[in-house]
Design a protein around this ligand. Sequence first.
Ligand code: PLP
Length: 233
Amino acid sequence: MSGGRAAELAANLADVRARIAAACAAAGRDPGDVTLIAVTKTFPASDVRLLAGLGLTQVAENRDQDARPKAEATADLPLTWHFVGQLQTNKAKSVAGYAHVVQSVDRARLVTALSAAAQNAGRMLECLIQVSLDDEPGRGGAAPADVAGLADRIAAADALSLRGVMAVAPLGAAPRPAFERLAAVAADLRARHPDATVVSAGMSGDLEEAVACGATHLRVGTALLGGRRAIVR
Ligand SMILES: *Cc1c(COP(=O)(O)O)cnc(C)c1O
């Protein structure tokens, strides 16, 4: 069985890598400048292990209660864990225990909580500011106008390092104009914080548009792992 799953993941990974290569060629970009992150939410730790065996080193999860046991079960592997979901401040302590990058920093209180948690854990946490690209509140993300203030707070925190921005394309709208807005926010951020070079954008359905708009990190779930089933909790 696991041999079949390994072959399936290898084929999916080859397809995704080919899509990234084609998108980079179309945009005149070097594929080496685009990092693929596997979003393993709802899939077992055994899949994380198989992906690592295929050479992937970047993995992402969006719920602390799923991420922590998976990170623990694969602690022997050389993986970088990205947290990409909406994060409550009371989960900051747990996330700071295993995550290397928190991509969903979107408010000042979360900066304070993550900074304290990382300091207590004796770890450095890399942070991306999640930028809201739609007018609908509630899906997480800071308004573009709030990014500069949040960036200064993260940069001033001892145990946090500001690395860039992250966004999810709005539902039911063309991704390209949204990713262009994100690119403008990212450029403004780099003007104040030159090391904040990461632009995390693009998922299974819109990675080509994200690459065209300068994404440095792609977060791909379905195209790598297959369709997610609804989880009953
Ligand atoms: C699930 C998820 C992804 C991956 O989405 P796919 O469409 O399955 O590739 C990317 N980013 C975030 C924040 C997610 O929650």
